[in-house]
Ligand binder design. Structure first.
Ligand code: BTN
Length: 257
């Protein structure tokens, strides 16, 4: 059912019972020449990975564990904004089953301060830049695997009162919506403003307007007011003294309301 619902939008959709990590599998597949728009979904992951080398709990049948490999034909520097697009697609899929989630920059999907989905984007430079977008979405309760990555408690669509927790239905909604948003993004050359997606992101991003501490990839951190998101998906942080910093990648570790 999943494969036939998605055949117009994706070159290939594979579903496997179990693997280590769908991201690792598709990274390898891209190296071996996998087509643009290849999808891999696993019922269970034995070595699911999150951002910053954290692990992602992936018990059988509880969540969606899937990755999409893309060769979008945009410069490497632009690929980062695709993880913002993926966040919007996950938010929309949750909304389609009645769960109103918010996004914590760049792409954590939260309900009531708890994390119900995470996204791991892994880009590969080269003549033809490519990217694997991995999405983990908790559909059913995970049991005692708490708290989630980044210290946030975990939640699931079911615990948030979803009207439908059929994982295939949610996967179809997610991957259909993602393909449509990604198409707009690609046609706009990866510019979120031109793709008409920045307003949508701003409207659903809980980070904006908050006093935040951002942990940067180099181990340092930055404290200030999260002022805006730009067309490349970067966070603009106003620090004390009035300077504005652009944050390309990082983790918002602390949000003071
Ligand atoms: C995060 O919030 O830290 C990102 C979590 C990403 C998890 C997904 S599950 C499918 C794909 N395969 C992986 O090993 N990780 C991603």
């Amino acid at each position: 059912r999943l494969t036939s619902a998605l055949q117009d939008r994706y070159a290939r959709v594979d579903v496997v019972e179990r693997t280590g990590s769908t991201n690792a599998d598709l990274r390898k597949a891209l190296e071996d020449g996998a087509a643009d728009r290849t999808v891999l979904l696993a019922e269970e992951q034995t070595a699911g990975v999150g951002r910053r080398a954290r692990s992602w709990s992936s018990p059988k049948g509880a969540g969606l564990y899937l990755s999409v490999a893309l060769r979008p034909g945009v410069p490497f520097a632009v690929l980062g904004s695709l993880s913002v697009v993926a966040g919007l697609a996950v938010r929309a899929a949750a909304a389609s089953v009645g769960v109103d989630a918010v996004l914590k920059w760049p792409n954590d999907v939260l309900v009531d301060g708890a994390k119900c989905a995470g996204i791991l984007a892994e880009a590969v430079a080269g003549d033809e830049p490519s990217i694997v977008l991995g999405i983990g979405l908790n559909v059913l309760p995970l049991g005692d695997v708490q708290p989630g990555p980044g210290g946030l408690p975990a939640t699931s669509l079911a615990e948030q009162g979803a009207t439908n927790t059929d994982r295939t239905d949610v996967a179809v909604a997610l991957l259909t919506g993602f393909a449509d948003l990604e198409r707009r993004w690609r046609l706009a050359g990866g510019d979120l403003t031109e793709a008409g997606l920045l307003g949508d992101y701003r409207a659903h991003c809980a980070t904006l307007g908050q006093d935040v501490e951002v942990q940067l990839p180099d181990g340092t951190s930055l404290t200030g007011r999260a002022a805006d998101i730009d067309a490349a998906g970067q966070l603009q942080v106003d620090v004390a003294g009035g300077q504005r910093h652009t944050v390309f990648a990082g983790d918002v570790v602390h949000v003071r309301p």
